[in-house]
Every structure is written in C-alpha cells, then in structure tokens.
Design a protein around this ligand. Structure first.
Ligand code: PEP
Length: 248
C-alpha cells in the first residue's frame, strides 16, 4: 500500500510574510488523513520552512539542486546545503528547468544521484510537450526520461525515488490530463521501474502534476497508479492546497 503524497511546488513565489500566513493556515487546518504533505519553497525560504514546520506532519524540500558537490558554480545550491536545513525532498528535472535552463536527461540523472547520495528523496519530473503528444510520442519521451535516471542508479536505490508525471502542456495552463490519460502513463512508468527492480515498482510513488485543483484532485488520485500530486499554482492558496490534500 503506497501512502499518498501531495507536494506543493511554489516556484518563484512567496515572501517571508506571505509564506508565514500560508504555512500557518495549512498547519492549523490540516486534517490527519494519511496523506504525506510537502512544500517546496524557493531556496532562500527553506530556513523559514524549517522553523515553522519542524515537528509538524508537513515536510519541506527544494525545487532543484546542483549536479555538483561544491565549488565554482555561481548561483547553484548543493544537496549537502539542503541537508543543513533538514530538507527531505528535492524536485529534479521539472519541465521549467528543462525548457528554460536547457537541462537534459543526463544532468537530471546526475542530480538524482547527487540527491540520493545526500539522503534526499528526489521527485523526478517527466512529461511530454504538446507537439510530442500530438505526434504520438508521449510513451517514447517519458520512457527515455525515466530510463535516463534508472540507468544511473542501483536497483536498490529505485525504492528511494519518487516520480512525477507532468505533461508539459498541462502545467500552469488550466488543462489537465484526464484521469485515464494520466493513469496510462503512470502504469507505463511503473512498468519501466519494474524492469529495474520489480519489488520496488510496487512501492515507488508516482505523482501527477499539471493543473491539479480541488475539483479534479479526487478523480485523479482515485486512479490505481496515481499516488498523489505535485501541485503548482494551487499550492499557493491555503484553502486550495488543503482541499487537494483532503481529496485524498
Ligand atoms: C508544477 O509546477 O509542477 C505544476 C504542476 O504546476 P500547476 O499545478 O500550476 O500546473
């Protein structure tokens, strides 16, 4: 039985004041429902999350890490630094990193390796663009993306990753994959994971991301291979984020 997970990706949003209001409201209104909850703020706010969330049921993580351990990499944040703020998770390979920062599968795989080596759980994002979907290439694209990561980790480490299927055309657009469309790709991803470690495939959580809202969360989370969501826009509004969590 996989425990559902709802993770909020704040992207480049927030302020000390706005974060405090949001986190306090989520903390106080969160109903225990066996759903794991995580927030991923911009890096400067990790310490604030640590201060507000330590000892609560809500975890925190970063939105990206460097594939390097340390050194002359201006602007980058290392996996080790995230450990200083008790982060448990890190999003890797988000489509906005892939498209605006030209991150390719090989870099994403290196970041996953770096995260695992530092006891961070990587939330590995995969997903096709609209032209890929329209060309019937969805399975090919997401398979290549997940295989690039699986190829760089050991069979044992497979159990330590989380995957997020995020069709690029659904991110921030208000368009959502139907539960059936998402389920088909989630099942494909689980088969790919099983090729590397059949035992772990049953336990690896595969999240759906792309315009998840309170009114579509329940039907998405109901699908057998959808183990929760990676939530962008709706994670910035306490009432919407809570409604999605409680949809579990
Ligand atoms: C995301 O950024 O990972 C995401 C899914 O965004 P949104 O929920 O806004 O589509």
């Amino acid at each position: 039985m996989r425990r559902k997970l709802v993770a909020g990706n704040w992207k480049m949003n927030g302020s000390l004041q706005a974060n405090r209001i949001l986190l306090e409201e989520v903390k106080s209104k969160l109903q225990v429902n066996n759903c794991e909850v995580v927030v991923c703020p911009p890096a400067p706010y990790l310490q604030q999350c640590q201060a507000i969330l330590a000892g609560t049921a809500i975890g925190w993580g970063a939105q990206d890490i460097s594939m390097h351990a340390a050194g002359a990499f201006t602007g980058e944040v290392s996996a080790e630094m995230l450990r200083d703020f008790d982060c448990s998770y890190v999003i890797v390979g988000h489509s906005e990193r892939r498209s605006y920062h030209a991150e390719h599968d090989e870099q994403v795989a290196k970041k996953v390796v770096r995260a695992l080596a530092n006891r961070l759980t990587p939330i590995v994002c995969v997903g096709e663009t609209l032209p890929h979907r329209e060309a019937g290439m969805t399975a090919e694209i997401v398979s290549a993306q997940i295989e690039a990561v699986l190829g760089q980790i050991s069979p044992e480490q497979v159990a330590d990753i989380i995957v997020a299927y995020e069709p690029v055309w659904a991110i921030g657009t208000g368009k959502t994959a139907t539960p059936e469309m998402a389920q088909e790709i989630h099942a494909l991803l689980r088969r790919k994971i099983a090729e590397k470690n059949a035992g772990a495939a049953a336990s690896v959580r595969i999240l759906y991301g792309g315009s998840v809202k309170p009114d579509n969360a329940e039907e998405l989370f109901f699908m057998p291979d959808i183990d929760g969501g990676l939530i962008g826009g709706a994670s910035l509004k306490a009432n919407e984020f809570l409604a999605i969590i409680h949809a579990v």
